[in-house]
Design a protein around this ligand. Structure first.
Ligand SMILES: NC(=O)c1ccc[n+]([C@@H]2O[C@H](COP(=O)([O-])OP(=O)(O)OC[C@H]3O[C@@H](n4cnc5c(N)ncnc54)[C@H](OP(=O)(O)O)[C@@H]3O)[C@@H](O)[C@H]2O)c1
Length: 296
């Protein structure tokens, strides 16, 4: 059984990836600030700490889900964003290189400016914000240094996150609508919501299929947050009238965002003959998951 280390196992993706991985690999996970007993503490900006964990575990492969994800915060705190998203990734890539571990990481549709109608793995990056720049640097690094790696480039991850982590969009919206709160949702920026279970499973399937390189891994609908919110409200039978569409110009956001960066998943389908589900199906799966866990 292959040995896997998941970095960022308290996050929206990493916590779910660890649950799935425990059925497939000998699995270990790390937290940084959200302490969890079953996980190892690791701050990826500390190179000697990264090296120490790798020396102890000797993983066959690493799923790196760590990041500073708050796009506006990254815009205003560039050194911190660089240290975590770029220098932190370099530390992990260096350790993988040294011990011959395969590196699997997650990039973002924010590496693009949104001016093209469809982006493939060959499209040129042109990020509009600093977060996108850090993800661009991290996604090209393994290929530049010749590390065997898979980079899964995704968009707007949704699902149930870890019990220790922050509340993600779907649970946050459900809670708001259940309380009867009127909720503003952006209607002029488009994303491809991607179910966290689907993304984690796809990353593992790519690894098992001995694939390497960059793959777009996104849900099949590219929609606005407002349409996504309407679909969530419908699936969970909540009051759709509480949703108020707003424009990004109404918000005084520090970082620019692409209006619509739709990613093609043709390369993924050719590699493993599967792709993440669309929103309607994904929300049904999430609803079922929440019922099974007593969260609904
Ligand atoms: N969320 C999205 O919509 C989205 C869209 C496109 C791409 N992505 C990419 O997908 C990946 C996963 O995103 P996510 O939403 O699951 O992230 P998340 O929920 O914000 O979780 C981030 C994880 O990174 C860890 N972390 C942060 N700083 C760290 C540091 N200095 N050292 C070690 N670990 C650190 C956190 O640990 P603690 O919680 O313990 O501090 C947490 O486990 C990221 O690479 C992100 O850029 C996300």
């Amino acid at each position: 059984m292959d040995k896997l280390l998941i970095i960022g196992a308290t996050g929206l993706l990493g916590s779910k990836a660890l649950e799935l991985a425990e059925r497939r690999y000998e699995s270990y996970g790390t937290y940084n600030t959200n302490k969890k007993k079953s996980l190892l503490q690791l701050d990826v900006t500390d190179k000697s700490a990264v090296d120490a964990i790798f020396n102890k575990l000797h993983p066959d492969f690493v799923l790196d889900t760590h990041a500073l994800n708050n796009v506006d915060y990254c815009e205003l705190h560039r050194n911190e964003a660089f240290n975590i998203n770029v220098a932190g990734s370099v530390n992990i890539i260096g350790a993988c290189y040294r011990l011959g571990a395969k590196y699997v990481s997650i990039s973002s549709d924010y590496v693009f400016d949104g001016k093209k109608s469809l982006y493939t793995e060959k499209s040129l990056q042109n990020p509009l914000n600093y977060y996108g720049r850090t993800k661009w640097a991290a996604e090209i690094m393994p290929a530049i240094v010749g590390l065997d790696a898979i980079v899964a480039r995704t968009s707007s991850i949704y699902g149930i996150g870890s019990s220790t982590g922050k509340k993600s969009f779907v649970p946050w919206l459900i809670e708001n609508l259940k309380k009867g709160n009127s909720t503003d949702v952006l209607s002029d920026l488009y994303y491809s919501p991607t179910y966290n279970i689907d993304l984690a499973k796809t990353a593992f399937d790519l690894y098992d299929a001995e694939q390497s390189g960059l793959f777009n891994v996104v849900g099949s609908d590219c929609i606005s947050k407002y349409t996504f919110a309407q679909m969530i409200s419908k699936e969970f039978e909540l009051d759709t009238n509480l949703l108020k569409p707003i424009s990004s110009t109404d918000l005084n956001q520090s970082a620019k965002r692409p209006r619509k960066a739709k990613l093609s998943v043709n390369k993924l389908v050719s590699a493993i003959a599967q792709k993440p589900v669309g929103v309607k199906h994904g929300l049904k799966l999430l609803h079922k998951e929440m019922i099974e866990r007593g969260l609904w």
